[in-house]
Write a protein that binds this ligand. Structure first.
Ligand code: S3P
Length: 169
């Protein structure tokens, strides 16, 4: 079985859905942000503040390339992974790229109580969410399949993905 890479904005449920899909499909689960933290021995917020975003993106890119050498994994990607063309190529070469989306208000609600996302640790997170969503729209549109998770629970999102996959395999 090919990989299934979940992409999409912060707070769209990628990690939760990826873990659920891995369980249902009995495949391995990879959390890209977790891999980055493991490799660097630092939390993402600290990588951003001490080493900078370009450094983070470089580590992210190396790990995407490494993961994409193999198949059979459900990969929860960080929200910015699609910004790099080579990441998209690698993820699509080894599997399906599925995008989870959600309305900006839903994203705000789901992310506002957490401080581990450096890009949203700003005075006006809603403005930042709107700006980033607008900028990233064409990148997320590269996905093979997209699910709007706004009004759905995790089981419903997983069911949509599973039925889409059935038509592909
Ligand atoms: C980022 C999303 C984060 C993490 C980093 C940058 C982004 O992952 O990779 O903070 O650029 O959207 P999640 O989407 O899992 O929060």
């Amino acid at each position: 079985m090919k990989n299934i890479a979940l992409v999409g904005f912060m707070g769209t449920g990628k990690s939760t859905i990826a873990a659920l899909l891995a369980k249902k499909l009995q495949l391995g689960y990879v959390d890209l942000d977790g891999k980055i933290e493991e490799k660097e021995g630092m939390r993402i917020v600290d990588i951003f503040s001490q080493k900078g975003e370009p450094y983070f993106r470089k580590v992210e890119k190396d790990i995407v390339a490494e993961i994409s050498l193999n198949e059979g994994k459900i990969i929860a990607c960080g929200g910015g992974v699609v910004l790099d063309e080579e990441n998209v190529k690698n993820l699509k070469k080894s599997g399906f790229m599925i995008c989870l989306e959600a309305a900006p208000e839903v994203i705000l609600k789901r992310t506002k109580n957490y401080k581990y996302r450096p890009l949203l640790n700003v005075a006006d997170p809603k403005l930042k969410i709107d700006e980033l969503l607008k900028k990233r729209k064409p990148y997320y549109a590269k996905a093979d399949y997209t699910v709007d998770t706004s009004g759905l629970n995790t089981r419903e999102v997983a069911a949509l993905i599973l039925s889409w996959l059935e038509g592909k395999t």
